[in-house]
Design a protein around this ligand. Structure first.
Ligand code: ADP
Length: 165
């Protein structure tokens, strides 16, 4: 079951929340800033041990003060118009997050709409990639949550999911 929720991802009591991080993994704006604030400074300290993360890859950390047990930080692509491999990189960001989750026995996982904020990826196209990968992994998890920040994002995800089903 893929659940589309309007939620602040930092409040979700799941095994893992995914962070739309930047290469440093040391915090930033948007959902990244919210996750670092809610997790506490230990997240930044811990992520220093990773030495950064390339676009499309993912890294695991504890959830620290979050209700979630783990944070999976992934780096989505910046949107440059679509001719720089953005779709494949966004697919990889979701896919590598799922692969890491499976390696750590994570059964419930929540994702933000990676790359659709400051990184300017068009929301509907991003939702198509997000939901297509989520459907591939649906049977391996108890809960997969698409945590949408706004009502508009919920509407986009619901209409894209209806077309995929
Ligand atoms: P990126 O740099 O990958 O574009 P942003 O954080 O700017 O990342 O935006 C990614 C998405 O996360 C946007 O759709 C934004 O509305 C959403 N977002 C921001 N804060 C939260 C939050 N607390 N919970 C869930 N989603 C959030």
């Amino acid at each position: 079951m893929i659940e589309i929720l309007q939620a602040d991802i930092t409040t979700l009591p799941v095994d893992a929340i995914v962070n739309a991080a930047n290469h440093s993994l040391l915090g930033g704006g948007g959902v990244d800033g919210a996750i670092h604030r809610a997790a506490g400074p230990e997240l930044k300290q811990y992520n220093q041990t990773h030495g950064g993360c390339p676009t499309g890859e993912a890294r695991l950390s504890p959830g620290f003060k979050l209700p979630a047990k783990y944070v999976i930080s992934t780096v989505g692509p910046v949107w440059y118009g679509g001719e720089r491999g953005e779709a494949a990189l966004l697919d990889s960001a979701y896919r590598n997050s799922f692969i890491l989750a499976l390696q750590h026995d994570i059964k419930s996982i929540a994702f933000p709409a990676i790359s659709t904020g400051v990184y300017a990826y068009p929301k509907e196209m991003a939702a198509r990639t997000a939901l297509a990968v989520m459907k591939e992994y649906e049977s391996k998890f108890e809960r997969i949550i698409a945590a949408c920040h706004t009502r508009e994002d919920v509407d986009i995800y619901e209409s894209v999911l209806a077309k995929l089903s």
